[in-house]
Ligand binder design. Structure first.
Ligand SMILES: [Zn+2]
Length: 356
């Protein structure tokens, strides 16, 4: 979403924008990184916009998602803020009908001393937001609603000190296609590169372990925003297999006994690099668990950098599947739970297939 930077203390008219890079983008002024002077920053939710209930819960979830990041930075969130507005040295979150974008983060900084001094997040009331985790309701999965949490995670990324990213799979790019999904549910998350940016700004807490898998990948950019599409299925020589859209999601046509390569994005959302097995499965539904039929094992090494999207393991479609039936290829990172993770619920995901 849009972000607006307003120079509070400096009259410098020439802003130095960071060069396009291969990772997170910090907020800069005159070449100086602008960040909070403290690792704990309070956000204040409007009393009228976020009364006790579903929207407050969704906002709290979005704050908590950021607070799982491997940097030392943490948000706190208070409720029932009575008077909200721009330029009052308080970080506030509210709704309005008068925005040209679904949401905006406004931030103010000192420029020469390199400090953020206020960040407000505003959501547009007329955007068809939903707080649900039911993926079929959400636009990334064929539904008509915009995930409130993906937008909130994106705007809170601005409030933390991050700008838009175009060059890797990123919540600071197209947020509605940056989700973790397994089974019927999909969840927002800051992702590897934005977490890396938080560590670059505020230091590593050296205490967070979290590896993850996503069936989204970077495809390019639209303006400042990275664009994403679903991960794919290839044959053993790397040619894309035929697919069709089935209820808002891709489904690939495969033969019994065929060798295929399942593309997935593997992320490290934690403090240090990890090398871990990945197990691959055939499932009769889109919920991938270790109870599903195991068809292969690979390995990935992931650090916090550009998201690692690969189809590096060849799998064989079993011969005894039912012709014409739908299945899902699944992958689970750290399948034996060797890593004690901050979030154990983001280790599995899927791509749909139909047996020819
Ligand atoms: Zn934005």
């Amino acid at each position: 979403m849009k972000s607006k930077n307003i120079l509070l203390l400096s009259l410098l008219m020439t802003l130095m924008y960071p060069a396009v890079g291969f990772s997170y983008e910090k907020i800069k002024c005159a070449g100086i990184t602008q960040k909070w002077g403290s690792n704990s920053v309070q956000m204040r939710a409007s009393g009228t916009g976020f009364p006790s209930g579903v929207w407050r819960n969704a906002l709290t979830e979005s704050i908590d998602l950021w607070n799982q990041n491997p940097s030392k930075f943490k948000f706190t969130l208070s409720y029932n803020e009575p008077g909200v507005g721009k330029g009052n040295f308080q970080n506030e979150i509210w709704w309005t009908s008068s925005l040209s974008a679904p949401a905006v983060a406004y931030y103010w900084y000192t420029c020469l001393t390199g400090h953020l001094v206020e960040a407000d997040v505003v959501f547009r009331t007329t955007t068809p937001y939903h707080y649900t985790h039911n993926k079929k309701t959400l636009s990334g999965y064929g539904g008509g609603s915009r995930s409130f949490q993906t937008v909130a995670v994106h705007e809170l990324g601005h409030a933390l000190g991050l700008k838009h990213v175009s060059y890797t799979y990123n919540a600071m790019g197209s947020d509605s296609t940056h989700m973790h999904a397994n089974g019927s549910t999909a969840y927002a998350y800051p992702g590897e590169d934005a977490s890396h940016g938080a560590v670059a700004l505020y230091g590593n807490d050296n205490a967070t372990n979290d590896v993850a898998i996503a069936h989204w990948r970077w495809t390019g950019f639209s303006g400042e925003y990275s664009t994403h599409a679903r991960t794919r299925v290839f044959n053993s020589s790397g040619s894309l297999l035929p697919s069709f859209t089935d209820a808002g999601e891709p489904r690939y046509r495969v033969n019994k006994g065929q060798q295929v390569r399942l593309e997935m994005s593997y992320e490290n959302l934690g403090s240090g690099c990890k090398s871990t097995p990945v197990k691959y499965y055939i499932s009769t539904n889109d919920l991938i668990t270790t109870w599903d039929r195991h068809i292969g094992t690979g390995n990935v090494s992931v650090c916090r950098n550009t998201v690692y999207t690969t189809s590096n393991t060849t799998l064989t479609i079993p011969n005894d599947l039912t012709s014409g039936a739908n299945y899902h290829l699944g992958a689970i990172i750290d399948p034996d739970n060797a890593i004690a993770e901050t979030n154990e619920a983001n280790n599995s995901s899927y791509v749909g297939i139909r047996i020819n």
